[in-house]
Design a protein around this ligand. Sequence first.
Ligand code: M6R
Length: 615
Amino acid sequence: MCGIVGYLGSKEAYPILIKGLKRLEYRGYDSAGLAIHNGETIRQYKRKGKVSKLESAAENQPKEGTLGIAHTRWATHGEPNDVNSHPHTSTSGRFHIIHNGIIENFDSIKEALKKRGYSFQSDTDTEVLINLIEDIFEEGDMPLEKAVQAALNQVSGAYAIAVIDNENPDLMVVAKMGSPLVVGLDNGHFYVASDATPFVEYTKKAVYLEDGEMAVLRRNENISVFTVETDSPVEPYVHQLTLDIEQIEKGGYEHFMLKEIYEQPRSIYDSLRGRLLPEEEKIIMRGVSEYKEKFLNADRIIIVACGTSWHAGLVAEYIFEEMARIPVEVEYASEFRYRNPIINENDVVIAVSQSGETADTLAAIKLAKSKGATIFGVCNIVGSSIARESHAGTFTHAGPEIGVASTKAFTAQVAVLTLMAIKIGYERGNLPKSEYIKYLHELNRVPDMVEKVLTCNNDNLYAIAEKYAEAENALYLGRGVNFPVALEGALKLKEISYIHAEGYPAAEMKHGPIALIDENMPVVIIAQKNANYEKVVSNAQEVKARKGKIIAIISPDDTEVRRLADHTIEVEETYELLSPLLTTIPLQILSYHIAVIRGCNVDQPRNLAKSVTVE
Ligand code: M6R
């Protein structure tokens, strides 16, 4: 988490840094700060809270300069306040640093530095790192980049850093280990950021640093990259970005989340495009084909993920087991990595991650890889750490997701995982050809069906949201492949509206959660007509008998649940295994409206960050 931005060139740095911070605010918004070199000295401004607070603090203050660094923070060490905000400065005031990550051995280094006369203003690990750099610089009589390098060789943990020097207005040193860092290049301008969004309108050329690499950016010179550990030069690979500025702006919507919900027909279509070819009776997925034998002969598929991506994994479990008859285990990446899991060479581990940077998921696949498993990444961000750590993979083409609550990334993940399951199921001989072809055609219709769900239900969902916006608790129930949808619906509600919500398999309700039901309790039931329909009707009756308020997602021709429910939302019927792609949509819209009515910040809910790059 945390977002970092830097600029070195001939333009004024301040507007570039502020705009960049706003683009990266999804990564953390506990505090923001910047440091700008005006050719003579460095000036710093920092504030607890959002970037807008920083802007107010810097208003009417001198901030000219063509070299600068900036940071938006998601607090790890030390509470969110002005002092703990980045940039941090070395004791002498000479060196300034921004940092995304965690220095794990900071305590012992801090104690050693204290003994050597260093003092600390903040509680952060970052201030320790900049003082270590200063100490090595002073002792070793060496250029800044060598001092940074030596310091990084003494620390353990994760970092993406940028360091500037009061005595040198022409230099920035950056380095990466475990946290993302990309350098945009444009004839004499260097842009540094956690992802490419802060500089996409200035340049499409970008160098993604690999773990263990650092770069020296010197005014009017080319970027030079080398390894932290061995000081070996690295030839930088310049990527051509395909990201467009329109993709990262709100485009007339009030919130990114709403825009992203409404983008789903497109993002699902883009994730299927060129892969799903119903007329040719084909699914083309290069990554799956390259590892075809591994998939066909897999003893087990283990899906590792966190949060919403974990829910997509759970949906995939139902689909893979049904279509491919391969046993699937879905694991929270954070639990998997710490419990000595049994993994062998015939296991395929699928890592699902929007950002491709989630620390626990990354660590989980590193562990599985070390034990010989095949790692397959399903990520939304090209060039991300998880994508690079995987043996093979496939990208979701959801486009940039800025809202902290994941919406279009989830449906894109489910679409891609479904495609994989159909392909592997067919190639393993488990899915008969007639079924295979039916699924290809039906999946092809999904973007249009999603469009219909979006256009038909908004007013109805707003009216329901108005009625339950003051609820304190909510229960979400679903069965089969729609159980994970219930989990996802509950997560959406709790993370953006702060209403306590729980998702349950509908039949589990009577083993505990039923005790919560009274006349104030909204219970959202996914009750489309499918194999479990009669069972779900019984569950709805149990809720009704306890006077719970039923909000039901139903098939258009439903009569039974309609009779029991207080509110109904009609969603077109499709094959049961494809239904999560439709039933999820109204739950996203409902949460969105409730959060807006409650006055919550839907795009940047409290305490959260988009990309969780710490354990
Ligand atoms: O980038 P990832 O998909 O790996 O992120 C995983 C979770 O952090 C993420 O899904 C989180 O739960 C979202 N806030 C959910 O809306």
